[in-house]
Design a protein around this ligand. Sequence first.
Ligand SMILES: [Zn+2]
Length: 101
Amino acid sequence: MYECPWCGRKSFSFWQKQSLGPSRSIACGHCARRVSVPWGRAHLAAIPVFAGALVGLWFLGDAFNSKVVALAGGFIGLAVGMVLTMPLYHRFVPLVKPARP
Ligand SMILES: [Zn+2]
């Protein structure tokens, strides 16, 4: 569970935070005020997803010289990237009071 930056109580689950992006906010179950994640750190943590997808698309597609394999590689890269991003999101992206209310 994660602490609310407003009231300090643990009110957010792992999956609530994973689904949260810098352009989204969710309401605290205790104080009803909204929390978000900081733009910069959320994007840094998401880099493995994009990198994984690109690496899968390019290298697997090139290696097998096939668009179907490239597409499959892209999806595999995306999945691997997400697995890498989840712990990054968990550890390095704090919950914050949103810049815009
Ligand atoms: Zn709260």
